[in-house]
Design a protein. Structure first.
Length: 211
């Protein structure tokens, strides 16, 4: 086999799902394909989250001699504190009328969350260009936050391009001159899952912010 293909297949392997026992979850961070009797699934593993999502089903019924797989979500870092989101809301209000960004990270060694401001290379009321920060050892991006100033919270085509390859929650706060509007989605290697329900602890924390 070509050496480049060997490296690629080693970093992104395919696993046949056993029919008589559960598939063993990944032990290291990365991605792999699960070939199952009911379709092809993508497994994503990070210290803070494990996801399994159906990539595609088969075009016709044929006996595939493997076990079944199913979508799964395992959040290992626990609930993101509302104070982290409220802290970003204060940053967004202070930056008005411009946009601003921050990351909420989680440290796999200490279990601590941290709000990390993003160094802005340029920003205005309708754009934000920032430098990705250096994280501490064992620290992982969990929530990528940015604001829309006085405008509403939504995900733009630019956000779609920026989020295409990440594994994270993406949070947008709009109407930052008052109790903010919120847009939230899970980004999983090009799959975007909009979260219709915002965590109550986040809503309560944002409602307590006096602007």
């Amino acid at each position: 086999m070509n050496p480049v293909d060997q490296v690629l297949q080693g970093s992104f392997p395919s696993v046949m799902v056993p029919a008589r026992e559960p598939v063993v979850p990944m032990s290291a961070s990365g991605e792999r394909l699960l070939i199952a009797s009911n379709g092809v699934f993508l497994e994503i593993n990070r210290p803070w989250i494990r996801l399994v999502r159906l990539l595609g089903s088969y075009g016709w019924r044929t006996p595939v001699p493997y076990g079944e797989a199913a979508d799964a979500t395992e959040v290992r870092c626990g609930a993101v504190p509302g104070e982290m989101v409220a802290g970003f809301a204060r940053m967004a209000h202070a930056a008005l009328p411009n946009e601003v960004g921050a990351w909420i990270t989680w440290n796999a060694s200490t279990g601590a969350f941290r709000l990390v401001p993003l160094p802005s290379l340029s920003h205005s009321p309708d754009h934000l260009h920032y430098e990705r920060p250096q994280l501490e050892a064992g620290e992982w991006l969990v929530v990528d936050c940015h604001s829309h100033g006085h405008g509403k919270a939504f995900f733009s085509s630019t956000d779609d391009r920026d989020d295409q390859h990440d594994v994270k929650l993406a949070l947008v706060l709009g109407h930052c001159h008052q109790t903010p509007s919120v847009a939230l989605r899970l980004c999983a290697k090009g799959r975007f899952e909009v979260q219709r329900a915002i965590p109550e602890r986040w809503q309560a924390a944002l409602a307590r912010e006096v602007v």
